[in-house]
Design a protein. Structure first.
Length: 318
């Protein structure tokens, strides 16, 4: 893992971080764009980007207000909702815990979130769904439902990205915060990610094969799956997926996908010059739709590594 060597510190310091600092709302959170209502997801990414760079003179009040916004947004059951108006927890719970976990005063908040994450199972892992699936003759998809991860919305099917966020979290937090059930969920979730890989490498948002037709990999789910599976970096599936990402890189033009691709290739010490040049040109040209998560991802990809990415990851047999 590349621990130094920031790839474009000037862009981070002069463009990304100033945008994020200015975009913070009075309630301490961030919206998806400057001036929009605060949400958990953009708040997490903004805080992660700001906290990851030791060179930025960050006003502690900015961080404390953002962390307070996240803590106040937690629901009674320990989860976090996607939107403030919703009273049901969701996939952003893993992200909120990831942002709060380095802070000792948020320990109990994180523990409650981890308990919800460990206890929450997707639709295919619930008894009635398992019985129906067992006796269903014609199946549309090829995945093994014995492997499951996490869903976007409670009670629905597992998806690659929310599962990847939860795996990253469970790999990062102190073992003392995890229940015995967390280790089993982690192994099953990692197996689910390998099971959902597209033939030949990479991941998409849904199933790898439907009606016998192979799905097409996409950058975002591939990146998050690769970041979640760093403990298994020597497996052939991971190497195939890195090959796909490298080959797909020259055609990537979205600022968000470029930043995520850089983040993943950086985590695996892979060449990334084409992505770096394209992303830098986009930001230097200023011809983008400013989006808080995308700007934060660019700062994380081009600047100092976030703790959850810089930390070593022990291997686990799956």
């Amino acid at each position: 893992m590349e621990s130094s060597g920031r790839m474009n510190p000037a862009l981070v310091a002069e463009v990304c971080l100033p945008y994020l600092l200015k975009a913070q709302n009075p309630d301490g959170g961030w919206g998806f764009r400057s001036g929009m209502q605060s949400r958990v997801e953009p708040t997490v990414w903004a805080l992660s980007a700001l906290a990851a760079d030791p060179a930025v003179a960050l006003d502690s009040n900015i961080a404390s207000r953002g962390l307070r916004y996240l803590s106040d947004a937690q629901l009674p059951d320990g989860s976090w909702p996607c939107w403030p108006e919703i009273a049901t927890g969701s996939w952003v719970t893993a992200l909120a815990c990831l942002a709060l976990s380095p802070h000792s005063d948020a320990l109990q908040t994180v523990k409650r979130g981890l308990h919800w994450i460990t206890s929450e199972v997707p639709g295919e892992a619930r008894l009635l769904r398992r019985i129906v699936t067992k006796f269903k003759k014609n199946r549309l998809a090829s995945q093994n439902d014995a492997y499951f991860g996490w869903s976007w919305t409670p009670g629905t099917a597992s998806w690659v990205e929310p599962t990847s966020y939860a795996v990253i979290l469970l790999r990062y937090v102190a073992p003392s915060l995890l229940s015995p059930a967390a280790s089993r969920r982690l192994r099953i979730a990692e197996s689910m990610l390998f099971d959902r890989m597209c033939p030949g490498g990479g991941w998409n948002c849904g199933n790898p094969v439907v009606y016998g037709v192979a799905g097409e990999p996409q950058v975002s789910p591939t990146v998050w799956a690769l970041l979640a599976l760093r403990a298994c970096r020597d497996r052939i599936e991971v190497q195939q997926s890195l090959d796909w990402l490298r080959q797909a890189s020259p055609a990537v033009r979205s600022p968000g996908s470029l930043a995520l691709g850089l983040l993943s290739l950086r985590a695996y010490d892979q060449p990334r010059a084409p992505l770096l040049e394209t992303l830098t040109a986009i930001y230097n040209g200023g011809d983008i739709l400013w989006n808080t998560p995308e700007v934060a991802w660019a700062a994380l990809a081009l600047g100092a590594c976030p703790p959850w990415l810089a930390s070593s990851v022990p291997g686990v047999a799956v």
